[in-house]
Design a protein around this ligand. Sequence first.
Ligand SMILES: [Zn+2]
Length: 478
Amino acid sequence: MFEHLEIAIDSAIDSGAKYSDARVLISKSRSIAAKNGEIENFNENEKIGIGIRALVGSSWGFYSTYDLSSESLKQAGKKSFEIAKASAMVAGEELPFADVPVVEDTYTTPHEENPFSVSSSEQIDLLISSTEKMKKLGSSRAFGRLDFWDTEKWFASSQGHKIYQNIIESGGGISSLSVGDGETQIRSYPQSFGEYRTGGWEVIKSFEFENHLDRLAEESQRLLVAPQCPQGTMDLILEGSQLALQIHESVGHAIELDRILGWEAAYAGTSHLDLKKLNKHKYGSELMNIVADATLPGALATFKYDDEGTPAQRVDIVKEGIWTGVLSGRDSAAVAGVPPGGMVRADGFGRLPMVRMTNVGLLPGDSSLDEIIEATDEGIYMETNRSWSIDDLRLNFQFGCEVGWLVKNGKIIDMVKNPTYTGITPEFWGNMDMLSGEEEWVFWGTPNCGKGQPSQIGHTGHPASPARFKNTRIGVRG
Ligand SMILES: [Zn+2]
């Protein structure tokens, strides 16, 4: 494939581009969805194509095609140059472009069993039996889904990069929905919308769906008759997957350098962060240590090189509550004066790579969920996301969870339904006063992060363990 890349890149450079890179992708996907013991959807897809970028001045041109004939590749290189040249007509100072090591390398996601080598009937059977059992246990509607991706990427640049990567991702989940008098309640496992990791079929086996069917069916029905979540300001304890989404929305998007620089205002907004406050701004309490780490084995956004050929790395984002880092690519890092973070990825070959969260996670503390509950006089423990909203600046948010548990005098005393909480990013994180340790630290993954115009879907990771937030507004409705 590298010879295909070379034809396109040479054509862009010969046309006059000062830099060019290109990716050929072979992307396989399999997606299976079941309801009440029957398969609702089975979809398999395989795509091949090339995406090429050309840099003229400080402007990118991008072009992609399914056609890998040499005539088409030459055309693609030329087109990418022409698009860059047209954008470069808009006057502006020439921006720097950070250097990264030029490497030739290969990488394959460590995995035990490629999910595409496992028979689809075994995968289908798992969903049929899981959803059938929950239905028998009283679910009004029982859902299950599995998704697999096997992506081969060849990357080359006019600077000499030659990188082959094979990224394998697996995930899915199950839910029990109960319908009552004018309301529905749902319980999901491992998290709402499923849980996703890099790795093979063993990822799904590790979830052990069979051990959670009774609980999901029972809890979704019990929620129908549970009291409403109380309203007030009290302690909030968050289970890991909800905390993962909290990190994604109130930290992950806010630290994207293209948003901070105002390049990416179109979709879901900008950021409340200002680069002048880097290394000074108080993001949260001293327990708050956030890293963006694309090297964590098994996490969803783990790879060896990003889509600009920059090595995967670990970057401190928040250290003991102080904002210290951003998510960047070669162009944005050079503008901001930070080292390029290797956080640029594209959704397939047909999209321009952009700044993307890697595994943006909260490092574990030294407590445990049991200890947190024991130490809480009055509060709500919330599990599994159900709804979210956050403003464009990533400051004011409201989240709803599937289930709440009322904690009084160090004990869970009741289930409550429709739990919600609201907050303002720095205040909320400033109130985090207890954090669970490594044993409860899970590499939560989100396969559906939308960003950009045209919209791209990103796969991001958010390691987290349960934590407590003091004085949080709980039970706000509407
Ligand atoms: Zn997102």
